[in-house]
Structure formats: structure tokens, C-alpha cells
Design a binder for this molecule. Sequence first.
Ligand SMILES: Cc1cc2nc3c(=O)[nH]c(=O)nc-3n(C[C@H](O)[C@H](O)[C@H](O)COP(=O)(O)OP(=O)(O)OC[C@H]3O[C@@H](n4cnc5c(N)ncnc54)[C@H](O)[C@@H]3O)c2cc1C
Length: 513
Amino acid sequence: MAASSSRLDITGAAHGARRAAQVLQRLREQPPALWYGGALVKDVTTHPALRGGVHSLAALYDLQWQHAATTLFDSPTTGHKVARSFMMPRTHEELHGITLAMQVWQNHTHGMMGRSPDYISRSITGYAAGAAFLAEANPQFGRNAVRYHEYLREHDLCLTHTLVTPQANRAVGAAQQADPYLAARIKEETDAGLVIRGARMLATLPISDEIMVFPSTVLRSAEEDAPYAFAFSIPNNTPGLRFICRESFDYGRSHFDHPLGSRFEEMDAVVVFDDVLVPWENVLLHRDVNRCNQAYARTGAVVHMTHQVIVKNIAKSEFLLGLAALLTSTIGAEGFQHIHEKLAELWVGLETMKAFLRAAEADAALDEWGVMRPAWNPLDAARNLFPRLYPRMVEIIQQIGASGLVAMPTEADLHGPLVEDIRRYYQAARAEAFDRVPLFRLAWDVALSAFGSRQVLYERFFFGDPVRMAGAVFQGHDRKPYMDMVREFIRRNVTEADETSARPVAQSDHGSA
Ligand SMILES: Cc1cc2nc3c(=O)[nH]c(=O)nc-3n(C[C@H](O)[C@H](O)[C@H](O)COP(=O)(O)OP(=O)(O)OC[C@H]3O[C@@H](n4cnc5c(N)ncnc54)[C@H](O)[C@@H]3O)c2cc1C
């Protein structure tokens, strides 16, 4: 067991918002402990399975400087320009400013890099805002959250996070698995900190600087689950920590052949804690099952994260609407009525997401921590709806693209001896072959490739099991006013029916006598 590095020095050597080169340099100098294909990755910036995503991630940091007026603000402690995604908004204008900043990245990736760093930045900002909630358990935890938020903001670090326990036996909780150390748990506590052993199921974007280990929201028993109840963060190169990556969905092909997968491979990994020492200064919650179950909601972290999610949903919906419309027009399918219906369906989905965002901003209010918190109901509706919308959007791309999604040459074919065949047989009503092929390769990467399939799975599950999210809606939203409304209708209707039946039957009601 070895100690993780200290982060007591918050602002030393920090210079606020980073640029791409600094992101890459840090990943080279402090490489996350990624295992890929049975080997430890020495340099994620050059590894063939990872470098595409890593460079796209880094490019976001240059982009924020290109749009500095929108994406950055003056640090309240150092005066440095820092990322707006770390801002605690106090007004509606500041909240809207965060939306605009997040749109810069999501419009650039078209929502295909859902784990852009602003996702966890919003979460940790929520935790820091609700520091008093953490401090009720232990004043140090509240201070840790505030200090950590400041540390991330001033160093502009990028985080992954992990929440769910390994999928071994879902019939029982973490404490009742055959192996008590399957799910990451507190093995021991020392003066230096917690020692964690076991695993967490998943972390997207392990190609990052640190990991936030969130409380799992499914803890059931206050006593039995206590060793599994914690929140902390540690650097991704902490001794004993390792990420076991899935196979890459970047095939190592050109941007022409693989327009999305070659750029936006975020990677997902199982996280193993091999007796990892977590210093107390990094701990936000400890052995407190009830507080772990409430932390997301009470601090506001879940709302601030969902704010980022809906900005992503809008960018993605716009892109898929544009793609479907372009496919339609390219192959001259705009005369068919079912195509109109499908494009209308995509438009309705997009407008619904935009309306939810607008409502969340318009109905935002200062929360108990004095932070302008977006309204939860529209965001909750959005996070329940989009897991159904996105798979349908992809289905529509398949239904419009049809065999065009597989009758598709590669870049090499375009430069090979059959180029004249390609020119002739891949032309479309409104596109030369050389324009049609890139469009269909993009549609394939959205709707058929491993990258595209993973996007569908991601949208189905990344924010939680849709079944259990629906259960939370069932439990959490008051339906009584609507039930009362229906009861009142029935009461009035019965009363009026009684009056009607009591009425003497008029001759004319029987027609002719
Ligand atoms: C691409 C991708 C990226 C992700 N990235 C992250 C990440 O970065 N960090 C992170 O922490 N998590 C991440 N997740 C995990 C995500 O949070 C989970 O997928 C989600 O919470 C569902 O949990 P599970 O996958 O373990 O499914 P399981 O809980 O194993 O569910 C499997 C099936 O059983 C059903 N089921 C299980 N338990 C119940 C129950 N109690 N009641 C009703 N039905 C039940 C489910 O509905 C589902 O059909 C990611 C997931 C995906 C697919």
C-alpha cells in the first residue's frame, strides 16, 4: 500500500484555464494507470487505441480560449481566467452563461463526447456548494469539498467518476455479494486516511487527471453497507489504482473512414482499488449510508450535472436531425410521407429538449446554499425521456439510410483502381459519389459502428438505469393534485347524472308518441 499525493497546495503553480498542450503534457507526466489489452499504457497521448480521444479532449481546452469571453471567468480567489463550468451561479444570468459556455464544447463535438470535463466540473461544483451538508457529518469534509473545488478550478483538471458496483449479482447489495471485497469498500482506516479495496463497475473518460468516487445511491442497510459508503477523489496515477479498459472503438482508421470513432473515443474502464490509500483531506463522506444516499440531491450535484446533460442532448438531437434531413435530401426521399413523419419526430424531440432547458433556466431559484439551481422537474423529465429518444433517433437514421449504410466504400477504394465504378454507382440524386460517401460513412458511424452502438448504450444507461429512474419519478412526484382533479370531475359528473336521471322524461325525448 502506498500513499497518494497531497493536494493541500491549492493554488501553487496553478494558472487557471489550461490549453491543449498543458493537458497533454500533464497526461504524459502523470499518466493515468490504464491497462489496455493486457498491458499498462505508458503514454495515452500516443497509444493507438486512445490517442484520438485524448487529442480531441485536449482540443476542447484550446477551444475554451478561442471562446474565452463565453467559456471563462475571473477566479474569485486568484483572478486567473478559469473555466465557467466551475462557477457557482448566483443569478439567472450567471446560470445562462454556464449554459452558453457548455454549448461551445457540445456544439463542437455534437454531443458525441458526453464526458467532456464540464460534466464532472458541474458535479463537484454542486458538492462544494452543498459543503454545509457534508460538514454536518464532519466539518473537515465540508472544507475538503470547498478546497477540492478550488483546486480543480485553479488547475483546470479533468475528471472521470465512478458510481456503480460490479455487476455480479444484482439480486443482492454490495455487502451480500459472495466476495465482500468485490465492490470497493473500506478495508481499514488509519491516521493517514482510508484504505480502499475492491472494484467499481465503470468509469468513462479514464483518460483524465483524477477520479471522483461518488457515493453509490443504492446502499440499503445503514449498518451492513457502511464500509461501502464513502465519497472521495484521487489522482488517476495513485498507487494501487488501476483502470481496465474495454476494447477501443477507435479502429485506428482515418477521419474519412471513421469520422466519429477516430475523434471521440472517450473509453470506459472498470476501476480497481488495490489497497489504495485515500488521504483524509480527499474524503467527502465516510461510512454514512443515509448521507451517501442523499448527497447527490441535497448538495444539488445531480441537478448541475443534468444541466450539462441536457445541453449535450440538444447538440446531439440537432446533429441527428441534420443528418437525417441530409440523407433524405441526398437520396431524393423527401416525397415519402413516412419520411416526413420521421423527420417531424426528430424535430419534436429536439424542441422538447430545448423547452426543458429553457424551463429549467427560467424556473431556476436560489437553493438552500444560495446557489442558482436549475429547476429539477424539466431536467428530471429530460433525463427520463432522452434514453428513449436517442435509440429511436438512431433507428430513424437506419430506416432512412437503409442499404446505403452498408453499400459503402472506404477512403482506400476512392483512391484505388475502381474509382470510376465508385463515381458511377455511388452517386445520389443530389450528390456526386465523392460527397455521398462521406455522408453515409458518418451515418454509419452514428447508427451501425461499435462507436455508434456504444453511444446508444450510453444514452440508455449512463445516468442510471431508466427503470429505476422511472421508479424515482413514481416515488418522488406528487400525483395527488391530479387525482383530486379527476375525483372532482367524477363527483360533479355523478351529481349531474343524478340530476339528469331525476329529470322527468319529456315527450319529445321519445320521438313520436
Ligand atoms: C456507456 C456507459 C458509460 C457509463 N459511464 C459511467 C461512468 O462514467 N461512471 C459510472 O459510475 N457509471 C457509468 N455507467 C454505468 C451506469 O451508471 C449504469 O449502467 C446504470 O446505473 C445501470 O446500472 P448497471 O449497468 O450496473 O445495470 P444493472 O444494475 O446491472 O441492471 C441490469 C438489468 O437489470 C435490471 N435491474 C437491476 N436491478 C434492478 C432493480 N433493483 N429494479 C429493477 N430492475 C433492475 C436493470 O433494469 C437492467 O435491465 C455507464 C454505463 C454505460 C452503458
